[in-house]
Each structure stands twice: as structure tokens, then as C-alpha cells.
Ligand binder design. Structure first.
Ligand SMILES: Cc1ncc(COP(=O)(O)O)c(C=O)c1O
Length: 372
């Protein structure tokens, strides 16, 4: 019973869950990485219709239904001005599976993957599961990823680097210049840039840009309906990239997944091609909450770079702060759950109602005072 793979022994269940379990049922949970809005009605209805008519009963093509992939291609045209062939798209079980197939298809045993630190927990874990070595890249003081820091860590063993803008856990948004630099690095060093764009619709200042606008061969984009349309439970994402990369990623997807869930594909197609006003409404709501959080953190004497997107803030916090919050009934996630360089920070997710948010900020101020 103890003969597990070395790869699986190198990863453990995310530390975020442990924090939730420590908190009581009445706690205000600022640890969750999901929007608190309903999925748009027209997306739900499309899935219901597909279920009722029997259309969603069977396997779809491995890559996903043609109309869904056309809707994804149209999205890239609409939002990035990039022409994507629907054949160069694979619908996946969320952004999570998209990241998995991208790393499985490109990373050999012992090869390095440069990951932002602090960064989304899956980059490190999925690299290890692929047999690779994650190489943490520290962030700038404003919590953005510096292209120069990526470039100087590239070696002959580098298979890929991950860019995540807007970012979990920092809320940082890369500048257009940095995005262009990531594309140049991918091209000049002939390494893959995996661009995780699952928060692309949630940008408050500036605009979302993709390295795919500047480089096609060596950029793979990971995206999902999860955050954009509040569809985390539907498990529908996608990956797009050059044809030969898609063909390799499809080999992984075909054997691990066969195809993304058919009802979810119908819902995603409707979400992507239907009215987009809900996306803007969610973004505006997150921006108001971001401002409430920044004000509350400033009142609590906690320094925090202004998050420009997603729904996270990452203030610097005194030692003992996270435990003091949890003791008082507010869940926040310790920064080191996202990498060693996250130590001394906490991640606050503000995908929570404004009243709860204000109450939580008062409690955080008390907690900060108590541990200082
Ligand atoms: C940066 C980032 N990428 C990918 C994902 C995975 O998203 P999905 O729920 O679509 O699998 C998440 C989820 O929290 C995320 O924060």
C-alpha cells in the first residue's frame, strides 16, 4: 500500500483548505477563489435545453463541440484581436485541466518551469506531477512579475514559464510592455510561455493584454468560464495555441478526460456568445469592493499594493495576523500558501458581500492591533 509514485509524493493537498477547516461555520470566509454571483440565466438554460433534448447525452468530439470552439475563437477575436482557428482550441475541465495538459505535453522529467512566487498553487504542483522542477520567480515590490527576472532564470533546461495576469493571489495586472516582453522572451529563447488568463475580464485599471497578441508559436493561453461568468462549478475552460502544440495536448486530454462535460459545453457556448453585460456588472461590483478593502486595510495600518484586477488583495501583515483573524472568525489565507516569497503577506479574497467585507475589515484591524 505504500508504493506511490515519487511524483505524487512531491505534492500535497493545498494549504488553503486547511485554513477553512480551522475556522468555524459562522466565520466570514475571505479565502474563497470564486465569484459570489449566479451563473447567467441564458447559460443555465442552454445546458438545461441540451440535457432535456438529449443533445448532451453523448461524448462530444475530444476537442469539444464545434460551436463552442467557434465561440471561443470569436472571443479571442473580439477581446484580443487575435484570429484563432477553432481547430486550435481544446475545451477542458476548467482552467485547471488546461494547465495540466499544457504542462504534461511540454515538460520532460527534470526540466524547469518558471513560476511566479507568490503564484497560483497549481503551477508548482502540476509541474511536479509532470516530473518537472518548478523554479520560483520572485515578484517586484508592486507584486507584478518582472520579465527581466524571468529572462535571467532561463537555462537550457527551461521548458516553460507561466504568466498570470490578472494574478491570483496578488490582483496585479501586467503592463502592456511587460506582456510584450514575455512574448519576446518566449520567441527569442524558444521556450513556451503559458499565459493563464482566467481573470482577464476583471481588470479595473488599464486593460488585459495577452502575449498571444505578439507571439503565436510559443504561447499557449489557458482560460476558462469559471471566473468570467461565475461558472466555477461547471468545470469548463480551454487551451489554445499552435496546431502542433494542440495536437500534443489533445493526446493528454483524450486519455485523461475524453471530452469536457457536454452540458457544461452548451452552457459555456451560451455564456461566451450571449450578452456580455453581466461581465461588466461583476467587474464594477468587484471594483467597489476592492476600494472598500483598500480603505479598510489602510485604516488597519496594513500596506497593500493596489490590486488592479481579479478579486484578491495581498497586504503585508505582521506575524501571527492570519491566526489572529481566524481566532476572531475571519478566514484569510497565509501568503506562504502561494510560495516561500509569500511569507509575511496574506491573501484576501473580496468576492464577498459588502456588509460582510466591512465587518471582516474591522475584525482584521483588531487582529492587526492585537499582534503588533
Ligand atoms: C490563476 C488561476 N488559474 C486557474 C484556475 C483554475 O480555474 P478553474 O476553476 O477554471 O479550474 C484558478 C482558480 O482559482 C486560478 O486562480
Amino acid at each position: 500500500m505504500t508504493d506511490f509514485s515519487e511524483r505524487v509524493e512531491r505534492v500535497s493537498i493545498s494549504g488553503i483548505r486547511e485554513v477553512f477547516e480551522m475556522a468555524g461555520d459562522d466565520a466570514i470566509n475571505l479565502g474563497l477563489g470564486q465569484p459570489d454571483f449566479p451563473t447567467p440565466a441564458h447559460a443555465r438554460e442552454a445546458a438545461v435545453d441540451a440535457i432535456q433534448s438529449g443533445e448532451a447525452d453523448a461524448y462530444t468530439s475530444n476537442k469539444g463541440t464545434r460551436p463552442l470552439r467557434e465561440a471561443i475563437a470569436a472571443k479571442h477575436d473580439r477581446d484580443q484581436g487575435v484570429t484563432v482557428d477553432p481547430d486550435d482550441v481544446i475545451a477542458t475541465a476548467g482552467g485547471s485541466e488546461a494547465l495540466h495538459v499544457a504542462l504534461e505535453a511540454h515538460v520532460d522529467a527534470g526540466e524547469e518551469v518558471l513560476v511566479p512566487d507568490p503564484g497560483f498553487v497549481s503551477y508548482d504542483a502540476l509541474t511536479k506531477l509532470a516530473g518537472g522542477e518548478p523554479v520560483p520567480v520572485p515578484l517586484r515590490e508592486d507584486l507584478t512579475l518582472d520579465p527581466a527576472a524571468v529572462e535571467e532564470r532561463i537555462t537550457d533546461d527551461t521548458a516553460a514559464f507561466v504568466v498570470n495576469s490578472p494574478s491570483n493571489p496578488t490582483g496585479a495586472v501586467a503592463s502592456p510592455d511587460d506582456i510584450e516582453a514575455f512574448a519576446r522572451i518566449a520567441r527569442e529563447h524558444d521556450v513556451l510561455c503559458i499565459s493563464d488568463e482566467v481573470y482577464e475580464t476583471i481588470v479595473f485599471e488599464g486593460e488585459h493584454r495577452s502575449p498571444l497578441e505578439h507571439e503565436r508559436e510559443n504561447v499557449v493561453v489557458v482560460n476558462a468560464c469559471s471566473k468570467a461568468y461565475s461558472m466555477t462549478g461547471w468545470r469548463l475552460g480551454w487551451v489554445t495555441g499552435a496546431t502542433d502544440r494542440i495536437e500534443r495536448m489533445l493526446r493528454v486530454h483524450q486519455y485523461a478526460q475524453a471530452c469536457a462535460s457536454a452540458p457544461a459545453q452548451y452552457a459555456a457556448e451560451a455564456a461566451l456568445s450571449g450578452p456580455q453585460d453581466v461581465v461588466g456588472e461583476m467587474r464594477d461590483s468587484f471594483e467597489r469592493r476592492r476600494d472598500i478593502v483598500l480603505e479598510g486595510l489602510a485604516d488597519a495600518g496594513l500596506d497593500c499594493p493596489t490590486p488592479q484586477g481579479a478579486f484578491y488583495a495581498m497586504p503585508e501583515v505582521p506575524e501571527g495576523f492570519v491566526d489572529a483573524c481566524i481566532d476572531r472568525g475571519v478566514v484569510v489565507v497565509p501568503g506562504d500558501a502561494f510560495g516561500a516569497n509569500g511569507a509575511g503577506y496574506a491573501r484576501i479574497s473580496y468576492a464577498t458581500g459588502e456588509d460582510d467585507l466591512r465587518e471582516a475589515l474591522d475584525i482584521m484591524a483588531e487582529a492587526a492591533e492585537a499582534v503588533r
